[in-house]
Design a protein around this ligand. Structure first.
Ligand code: 13P
Ligand code: SF4
Length: 305
C-alpha cells in the first residue's frame, strides 16, 4: 500500500472507530505526522485520561500504553507492537520494590513513570521527567526521605536540584547513557553559539555541559521561546522532527545521531493500520494491579493540578 493510501485508510478507520492516536516525541516522523497528539510522558498521560475517544492507539512503549489503560480503563488501548518495551523499566520488578520497602520502611517510594504497572502498584506516587524535581522538593519539604526507582540519573538530577538525599535504584536508559560528554563537546566546537538542551536521563557529566536539563516537552517549549537560533539536543533524535516542524527558522543538532531508542522505532504506519483493523494489541491488566497503580499515577496528576 502506498504511504498516501496507508494514511487515508488510518484516517478512515480512526473516524469509524472513534479512535485517537497518541504519539511520543521520539516516534518516527511519519507517525508523529498522523498523530492527534504528540508529547512527552506527562502530556500523553493527561491526554489519555481526558480524551473522549473510545479507543487509544498508543505510539510509544509498553509502560506508556499501560499508563493510558490505567487512566482510561473503559477504553480499548492498543499498542501497535507489543515488543516495544523500555529496557530501563525492565531493570526493576515489583519484588525488587517489596525488598526495598523492607529495607526502607519509613521512606516515600517515588517511581518514574518509566516502570511497569506492577512496580507502580508497589509505590506511593510516580513522576515524569517534567515534574520529578518539584515532586522531590515537595516530598522533602514534608520532612520525608525518598526512595526513587528505577533511573539513577533522573534521581541524581532531582536530588541535586532539590538539594536533598535520595536512595536511588541503579537503573538507567541505555539510549541516554549512550550520549557521551565528547558528543556534546564536539557539537559545541562545531556550533559555538548553540544552546545545549539535555534530558535528565543523561549522565551527570553530560548534564553538566548543558544549559538546560528538561523533559522532551519542555525542550520543545524552550526551543520555541528562547531567542537562540541554534540548539544542541541531548536526547533521542526523534524529537528533532517536531523541533524543525515547529521552528523552521531555527537549527537543531542532535548530540549524537546514533543514540536511537530501538523500541520507540518499532511503531510503523503499517502496524498502526493493523492495530486499527484488527484491534491489536489490547493492553490488559488485572484489577488489583490497576487499582493500586492508579492511586500512584493519580497522585502525580493531582499534584500537578
Ligand atoms: P519524556 O517524558 O521527557 O518525554 O521522556 C520519556 C522517555 O522515555 C525518555 O527516555
Ligand atoms: Fe526507555 Fe530510554 Fe527508550 Fe525512553 S529512550 S523508552 S527511557 S529506553
Amino acid at each position: 500500500m502506498s504511504p498516501v493510501s496507508l494514511t487515508n485508510e488510518i484516517a478512515r478507520l480512526r473516524r469509524e472507530k472513534n479512535a485517537v492516536i497518541l504519539a511520543h516525541n521520539y516516534q518516527p516522523p511519519e507517525v508523529q505526522d498522523i498523530a492527534d497528539f504528540v508529547g512527552d510522558s506527562l502530556g500523553l498521560s493527561i491526554e489519555a485520561a481526558t480524551t473522549g475517544a473510545d479507543m487509544i492507539v498508543f505510539c510509544g512503549v509498553h509502560f506508556m500504553a499501560e499508563t493510558a489503560k490505567i487512566l482510561s480503563p473503559g477504553k480499548t488501548v492498543l499498542l501497535p507492537d507489543l515488543n516495544a518495551g523500555c529496557p530501563m523499566a525492565d531493570m526493576i520488578t515489583a519484588e525488587d520494590v517489596q525488598d526495598l520497602r523492607r529495607r526502607h520502611p519509613e521512606h516515600t517510594f517515588l517511581c518514574y513513570v518509566n516502570t511497569s504497572a506492577a512496580v507502580k502498584a508497589q509505590c506511593d506516587l510516580c513522576c515524569t521527567s517534567a515534574n520529578a524535581v518539584s515532586m522531590v522538593r515537595d516530598i522533602a519539604a514534608q520532612g520525608r526521605q525518598i526512595v526513587f526507582v528505577p533511573d539513577k540519573h533522573l534521581a541524581g538530577f532531582a536530588a541535586d536540584s532539590a538539594g536533598c538525599e535520595i536512595v536511588a535504584w541503579q537503573g538507567f536508559c541505555p539510549t541516554h547513557a549512550g550520549i557521551a560528554p565528547d558528543d556534546i563537546l564536539r557539537q559545541k566546537r562545531l556550533h559555538p553559539n548553540a544552546v545545549v538542551l539535555a534530558h535528565p536521563e543523561c549522565s551527570a557529566e553530560v548534564r553538566e555541559l548543558a544549559d538546560e536539563v528538561v523533559s522532551t516537552e519542555i525542550m520543545c517549549l524552550y526551543a520555541h521561546d528562547m531567542k537562540a537560533k541554534e540548539f544542541i539536543i541531548a536526547t533521542e533524535p526523534g524529537i528533532i522532527h517536531r523541533l524543525h516542524k515547529e521552528n523552521p527558522a531555527k537549527r537543531f543538532y542532535p548530540a549524537s545521531e546514533e543514540t536511537l531508542c530501538p523500541n520507540m522505532k518499532r511503531i510503523t504506519l503499517e502496524k498502526i493500520l493493523l492495530a486499527l483493523q484488527e484491534e491489536r494489541h489490547p493492553i490488559t491488566l488485572d484489577r488489583e494491579t490497576m487499582f493500586q497503580a492508579k492511586k500512584c499515577i493519580r497522585r502525580m496528576l493531582e499534584y500537578r493540578a
